[in-house]
Design a protein around this ligand. Structure first.
Ligand code: GLN
Length: 489
């Protein structure tokens, strides 16, 4: 059944339409692949019954000749940060132990409405905090491109299970969420496409909150065309999220092809950071040449406040997280660890329910929001955030899209970089500014490192201009000729 799991979403949709195979066969092929690859730990919860029910329903709709959704019968993985009605949702945390949401997130409801078939809930960093999928209560995920030198590699994070599942052909696509890079960086590490839409393009309703002014859902797929298809199904205005944009969703996939003639590509000089691996710089140069060959014009731009972006993000994101995570107190749902008093119950529950990284962020967030430090840290960070966004606005007067590397390295080994959180935070150096500015960004697989591991390039666009980002990404995809998957799927 390898043939069915190796299809793109577009190919699978055509195969279903031609009745070359059924949605049930497609779902079964993926469920078998998931069962054979449990060693990757890509899923926290497999949902074969849900998958087969929805696949059968898709087959019945098709047989009846009724209306079909754009993803009818397409099997996908769902990051376990999206609430799914009747299916356990953990956020990768012990504190949500036993939580079964009584409602469905808007994004997963939209996907279901489009006919997509959920295979299971993908592993992630606890509450989406991390860059390596090593903070999950359910254990680390292995990158399907590993091991190297006898060591298993991280898939990136926080959407590490989603990225590993799509890369290893366990799902045709997956949902991810990105607060500071969590779709784009794992996509880069696993050799797949990951798109963080503009803040507001997808509803946040029913996505377990990390940092609400940054969180955004997006698709993770094996091709740019599939990302366009999946985004169209996920996106749209939702009255239940006041930050969701009341804008029509374009038919991204229909407008992907065509020349890049006249398109201006910006290269921010501040992204050539000290200590960046030479091979990352070389790949970036190649990306420029590919876009030029496709008809675009490449020019230098300046984003002068870039160097403050990481520090700004690591104040704002923990501040919002400390506030969002205050709700996990052992009272209404999830874990409860009893104590002699109410306060003791709170302390026991939160002390045992949250892992080290989450506790660190709650502490930092509480500190930067506390009286006496608020102005010095949180307020200052908000001001710098405005300057970072203004840098992008200025640059987008001159150019239509910005090209950068996605991450400063290829995938590292599980266990590496764990002793120093700041080294781990450096993974986000190229992705965080886009998030702070609320802009769309995509990572597209562009080449292999000297160790034979995937490397991605990032394209950043104007607000709600995912289409131009996708078009430029398609040009890189065409030129890069990136291998279709890991050597040993
Ligand atoms: N790696 C970043 C962090 O740890 C980004 C996470 C994310 O985008 N969810 O916060």
């Amino acid at each position: 059944m390898t043939a069915l799991t190796g299809l793109t979403i577009a190919e699978a949709a055509r195969g279903l339409a031609a009745k070359s195979f059924s949605a049930r066969e497609l779902a079964e092929a993926h469920l078998d692949a998931i069962a054979a690859a449990r060693d990757l730990n890509a899923f926290i919860c497999e949902t074969p019954d849900v998958a087969l029910d929805r696949a059968d329903a898709a087959d019945a709709r098709r047989a009846a000749g009724g209306a079909l959704g754009p993803l009818d019968g397409i099997p996908i993985a769902v990051k376990d940060l999206f609430c799914t009605e009747g299916v356990p949702t953990t956020a990768g945390s012990h504190i949500l132990n036993g939580f079964v949401p009584p409602y469905e997130s808007t994004v997963t409801a939209n996907l279901r409405q489009a006919g997509a078939v959920m295979l299971g809930k993908a592993n992630l960093d606890e509450f989406a905090m991390g860059s390596a999928n090593i903070t999950s209560h359910y254990g680390p995920v292995k990158n399907p491109w590993g091991p190297r030198d006898g060591r298993d590699l991280v898939p990136g994070g926080s959407s590490g299970g989603s990225a590993a599942a799509v890369s290893a052909r366990l799902a045709l696509g997956a949902t991810g969420t990105d607060t500071g890079g969590s779709i784009r960086q794992p996509a880069s590490f696993c050799g797949i496409v990951g798109l963080k839409p503009t803040y507001g393009r997808c509803s946040r309703y029913g996505i377990i909150a990390f940092a609400s002014s940054l969180d955004q859902a997006g698709p993770m797929t094996r091709t740019v065309g599939d990302a366009a298809l999946m985004l169209a199904a996920m996106a749209g205005h939702d009255a239940r999220d006041s930050t969701s944009a009341p804008l029509a969703v374009p038919d991204f996939a229909a407008a992907l092809d065509g020349s890049l003639r006249g398109l201006k590509i910006g290269i921010p000089k501040e992204y050539r950071i000290d200590g960046m691996a030479a091979e990352i710089g070389a790949l970036w140069d190649k990306g420029m040449a590919w876009l030029e060959a496709a008809g675009a014009e490449v020019k230098a731009v300046s984003l002068p406040h870039t160097r403050y972006a990481l520090a700004t993000y690591y104040i704002i994101a923990p501040a919002e997280a400390s506030s969002n995570l205050a709700r996990y107190d052992g009272v209404r749902y999830g874990l409860r660890v009893d104590g002699a008093t109410l306060d003791e119950m709170y302390m026991n529950t939160r002390g045992q329910g949250f892992g080290t990284e989450v506790r660190r962020r709650v502490l930092i967030g509480t500190y930067v929001l506390s009286a006496g430090y608020y102005d010095a840290y949180y307020l200052k960070a908000q001001k710098v955030r405005a300057l970072i966004a203004a840098d992008f606005r200025e640059a987008f007067r001159e150019v239509d899209v910005i090209l950068t590397p996605t991450a400063p390295s290829d995938a590292f080994a599980i266990g590496e970089r764990m002793d120093d959180p700041v080294t781990m935070y450096l993974n986000d150096v190229f992705t965080v500014p886009t998030s702070l500015a609320g802009l769309p960004g995509i990572s597209v697989p562009a080449g292999l490192s000297a160790r034979g591991l995937p490397l991605g390039l990032q394209l950043i666009g104007r607000p709600f201009d995912e289409l131009t980002v996708l078009k430029a990404a398609r040009a890189i995809e065409d030129a890069a000729g990136f291998p279709a998957g890991p050597p040993t799927p």
